[in-house]
Structures are given as C-alpha cells and as structure tokens.
Design a protein around this ligand. Structure first.
Ligand SMILES: O=c1ccn([C@@H]2O[C@H](COP(=O)(O)OP(=O)(O)O[C@H]3O[C@H](CO)[C@@H](O)[C@H](O)[C@H]3O)[C@@H](O)[C@H]2O)c(=O)[nH]1
Length: 447
C-alpha cells in the first residue's frame, strides 16, 4: 500500500529570508507562520548565529516553519550597532552567494522567494534563478511611500526649500516635519541605503506590507496606484497566533498578576539602538518620581537601574512583549515606536508614550500621537537630540496613566477602538486575512 505521504501532493514551497535584525526577523517569522497555516511550505533562511539566537530565545519561533542556515558571513549581532555602515555593506555584499548556493539544495525546489526589501540583491538572484521575488516591508507603508516619492518631496539632492518640504511631509502624515526624517536624509549612507532599497523593490513580483490597510488607507491606496505590482497588507505580523498557548509562569507575569488593573507602565526601547546612560537615568528618575508602577526591559548590567527605582518597578532583560502588553495590569507603553512594538500595542489596545530614536520611529510617533491619537509624544516640547529630563518624563507618565482624566479616557477609548480594527483585520474575511489568502494564491499560481 502506498504511504499517505506518497499520495498527498507536495505543498507549494516558498523560501523566505529576513534582514538580520530582531525587529525585521520577527515579522517575517510571524508572517511565515500565517503562510504555513494557509497551506504553504515555508523555509526561513538565517545566519547560523541568528538560528542559534532564536532557538535559545525565551520565546522561540513556532515550529510550523522550517529553517536553514548559511554561514556567519556578516558581523555578529553583538555589537553591530557600533559599525552600522560596515554591517550594511556586509549584508549587501556577503549574503547573496551563500543564499543562492543554498537554493540549489532545497527540496522541493521553491517556487518563489519572500525577502526583506532591504536585501537589495534578492531581485537579481530571482532573475538568475527564474523565481519571482516578493518584497517584505516591515515598517509602515507611509515610510516606504515617503522615500518612494523622494525625488518629488526632497528634489534630486535635497534642494527644495525646507518650508516646502514640511508642507509636503505634513500632507503625508499629520505633524511630520523635516526633523523627523533628518536621520535618513542627513546621512549619505543611510539615505543611499533607503533609496537603493526602494529602487530594487520596483523589480519585485509583489510588495508585502507588514501593515494593516485600515491604519494607513490613503497611503496604501496611493501606493497601489504607483507600484506596478500587487500590494499586500498582511499585518500585524506579530505572534498573536500563539498568544494563548504560551505559559504565564515567569516572574514578571506573576508580578503583573499582583498589580491593579491598568496601573503598570511597560517600557521597552527596542532590540537594537538604545538611549544614552544619561537619558536612561533621567527616564528612571522620572518614572520613580511619578510614583507609577512600571515594568522595564533593559539590556546589559541593570543593577544601577534596579537600585535607583526602588520597589515601584521591575527590570527584566527580555520579556514576551505581546503577552505583557495584553495583560490587564498594563495601562500604557513607553516605547521607541519600532513598528512591531507599535502594532503589538495597537493589538493590545493600550495607549503609548512615544520616545522615537531613529529611522521610521519619528514617523511612527506622529501616526500614534497625531493621526490615531492613541499616545503622547514625550519629545514634543524638547525636540530630538536633547536630553529629556526626569521632570518631563514624570509629567507625561502621569498624564498617560491618569485613567480617570478626560485625556486618558479619550486615548484609552481610541486605543480600544483601534484594537478592534486590528483584530477584525486578521479574522476570516478581514483585510489582512484576505490579503494573505491572495498572496498565497498568487504564489501557488507561479508553480
Ligand atoms: O523584551 C522584549 C523586547 C522586545 N521584544 C520584541 O522585539 C521586537 C522589537 O521590534 P520593534 O519594536 O520593531 O523594534 P526594533 O527592534 O528597534 O525594530 C527595528 O525594525 C523595525 C521594523 O523594521 C523598525 O520599525 C524599527 O525602527 C527598527 O529599529 C518586537 O517584536 C518585540 O515584541 C520582545 O519580544 N521582548
């Protein structure tokens, strides 16, 4: 008798590769899980270092996807921020060859590639291997759109007058100004990287946004008319599929269980860059002064932070962030506005205190505070690049966590409404659900 595996047809296979950084790997992994549940076989390719980091992580990826690794041909994750330009150069020049070699070994052979938009060389690999390449953008569509229209907004070499630019930026995202994008346009390397990225995205079979149509409808409609390929909005690419399966027995979850509802401010400033020691001191002093309970993620030696904040706060090196944000004791999120953190908080329906650091984060902050109105911008009065003092931090923390005040109530109401929008998008028939189905259909039709 033939075995059941011999009878069943081989599943459609897609090979996926993220940009090597936590905030870009997580969404690709989460999307891969969704693609698997929609019937695709997904192989995720990582460097050996990242495969090791994920398998020993407190929140390892869901086992529905399969992994393959390539050698550690790029600088280590530990310390990549110290020479970011060198890191980008290595990603651009060293990963292509081992990835292409690995493609030859995959069985069944893949019918398509899903790659982070920042892997500039992937479209050439696709052309050589006659494989369609789908480009995954893990930041908001508004950031893509801003730099996709770079020439229109900034002129060829940033010659447009700054007041003119501010006007155009304001139309793009309410309150966005030149200062919010200066990190990109003032660094020749970063600017080139972003523009090259979007240039290569033009060669993709489709662009997949880790966003939700309802969050950025005008931007996405406009991109659909500008891009000559299909556009998919599949977000939030966060681990909501496994949210209920995970155990809650960690110390911080037990600590949260013992706190009153809506009383704890959760603080995390992302997985990559962080603030200076002086700024972290001001944040801890401010939170301590505010008297608000808080749970803080801080890397490295945290003993001085723990000592300074007394008994109102708890410091952890890492936590299951989505689970934490969904805990009823959490009343707000002090965030650097990474796109994953932003979407996780919207999913959880909590308001945010925004403290953007670089790249898309200032734009995300404007979406949170000005467009969706589910947060307060801590840097609103001080501006970027300056030390934000403890008193300012304390004032904002109290405003955000004041659940009885008009402002706090209004933000909470909006946050709950947006959370419903996000939940609806991923339900059967919702915008992201349908977009994932359309993407899978498109991939299957390439066979
Ligand atoms: O204790 C922690 C801290 C973080 N996370 C997770 O780490 C990820 C962090 O991602 P994100 O919030 O997007 O921050 P970054 O790691 O800084 O993300 C980079 O990538 C994002 C997506 O491209 C960009 O929006 C950011 O600007 C860029 O810094 C999220 O999934 C979090 O859930 C945890 O699970 N536990």
């Amino acid at each position: 008798m033939a075995s059941s595996s011999a009878q069943s047809p081989k599943p459609h296979h897609i090979v996926a590769m993220p940009f090597p950084g936590r905030g870009l790997i997580n969404p690709l992994l989460n999307l891969s899980c969704h693609l698997s549940t929609h019937g695709l076989l997904v192989t995720v390719v990582l460097t050996e270092e990242w495969l090791g980091l994920l398998s020993t992580s407190p929140t390892p990826p869901h086992p529905v996807v399969q992994f393959r690794s390539i050698p550690n041909v790029i600088p280590s994750e530990h310390g990549r921020a110290a020479d970011y330009n060198g890191f980008l150069n290595a990603v651009n020049s060293k990963l292509e060859e081992p990835f292409e070699r690995l493609l030859e070994d995959l069985d069944p052979p893949p019918a398509a590639i899903l790659a982070d938009t920042h892997l500039l060389w992937m479209v050439s690999v696709g052309e050589r291997r006659r494989l369609p390449v789908y480009s995954l953008w893990t930041m908001p569509a508004a950031f893509f759109s801003l730099f996709y229209g770079f020439e229109d907004i900034f002129g060829g070499d940033c010659t447009v007058a700054s007041e003119e630019i501010d006007k155009i930026l304001e139309q793009h995202v309410k309150g966005l100004n030149l200062g919010d994008v200066s990190f990109v346009i003032c660094s020749a390397t970063i600017k080139k990287w972003v523009l090259d990225t979007l240039f290569w995205a033009r060669g993709a079979k489709g662009v997949v946004f880790a966003s939700i149509y309802e969050l950025e409808p005008h931007i996405i409609d406009s991109l659909k008319s500008k891009l000559s390929c299909p556009v998919y909005t599949v977000g939030p690419c966060i681990p909501y599929l496994t949210l209920k399966d995970k155990p809650c027995n960690s110390d911080y979850m037990q600590w949260l269980d013992s706190q009153p509802i809506n009383s704890v401010l959760y603080l995390s400033l992302g997985s990559f860059l962080s603030v200076s020691v002086a700024q972290m001191d001001e944040i801890v002093t401010g939170l301590h002064e505010s008297g608000i309970r808080f749970l803080m993620v801080a890397r490295g030696d945290t003993s001085h932070v723990q000592a300074k904040m007394g008994s109102t706060g708890l410091v952890v090196q890492w936590c299951d962030q989505l689970k934490v944000l969904c805990h009823p004791s959490i009343g707000g999120f002090f965030t650097h506005c990474g796109w994953n953190s932003t979407l996780e908080c919207l999913f959880a329906g909590k308001p945010m205190l925004t403290f953007p650091l670089f790249l898309d984060q200032p734009l995300n902050c404007k979406l949170i505070a000005n467009v969706w109105k589910v947060g307060l911008n801590v840097k609103e009065e001080i501006g970027d690049g300056c030390l934000v003092g403890g008193k300012v931090i304390a004032k904002f923390a109290k405003r955000l966590m004041d659940v009885e005040g008009m402002e706090g109530k209004e933000m909470r109401k909006k946050a709950v409404e947006l959370s419903e929008v996000v939940h609806r998008a991923v339900e059967e028939g919702g915008s992201s659900y349908c977009s994932i189905s359309a993407f899978v259909e498109d991939v299957c039709s390439s066979f």
